[in-house]
Design a protein around this ligand. Sequence first.
Ligand code: TRP
Length: 330
Amino acid sequence: METVVSGIRPTGKLHLGNYFGAVSNFVRLQQEHNCYFFIADYHCLTTHPVHVDMQNNVKSILVEYLACGIDPDVSTLYVQSDVPEVAELYLLLNMNAYKGELERCTTFKEKIKKQKDNINAGLLTYPVLMASDILIHKATKVPVGHDQKQHLEMSRTFARRFNRLYNRDYFPEPHAFNFGNSLIRIPGLDGGGKMGKSEGANNAIYLSDTPEEISKKIMRAVTDSGPIEPNQKKPEAIQNLFSIMKAVSSSETLTYFDDLYSNCKIRYGDFKKQLADDIILFTSQLREKISEISDDEDYLKKVMKQGAEKAHQNAAKTIREVREIIGFRN
Ligand code: TRP
């Protein structure tokens, strides 16, 4: 059994890409491992210092995680800012994180280009906060996408450095959790890249989208004028829609449209209608649960309190030990 930590910044609703790429796997993971899933609201401040609607964004992720099947009695599901020990570990780790290595971080270099007038220290030390999220639970596995690999590598560096400085074998080194072939990547609807990668309103299908919204987005998705020779390779935009169909439709449906494409007989209107219907069907239970859980404020409060307590208990133990190792009084 491994200890697993995963954080998500509360910047919006979950889409199909989040579902297939992460959350549906978390539901399986929680049965086998000691899992901590949290909402990284501190991290949000690095890009959105004045958050438009923090509480609602946190709530929507929480509701959607629960609707997808993350069980708060099995996993520890919590909000980062409810566990102040994370901030204390961040402070302590910051003392041994160097300006040079932080400045070399790819995400930092990208972010400072994007927000030239807000190059704050939190942005620079983002990887230290992320390391604190992971090390506070002494996690060994972190399910991260490719874009987070470097951050995870820095977490290992900080863990190793702490151990070396204080001459203890205290923090384990966290490694990426690899879902292997079971990972389904969902492309966006605007013709290129992952779902959610671009901010275009029609790029992503959200788990909470209504059937009408889903149909509209699929009908508007980028296509072309159709195949011209039998068995030709599908261009990216078309392949993307087939990839989504592979995730949500039956294999018969997929084969049916694949054959039509190969014979140059496909009609994108029919294809898209089928795809939209299947997405609507696939998400119908999730949609119902989202609306049901969303209305149950008492339950949500209870879940958040329980998560905060469970996470705090473990985090407090780590902080006590870390303080002792460094030489502070407890
Ligand atoms: N940086 C991650 C992202 O943007 C979110 C995150 C914060 C995280 N802390 C974490 C992920 C700890 C895994 C573990 O996606």
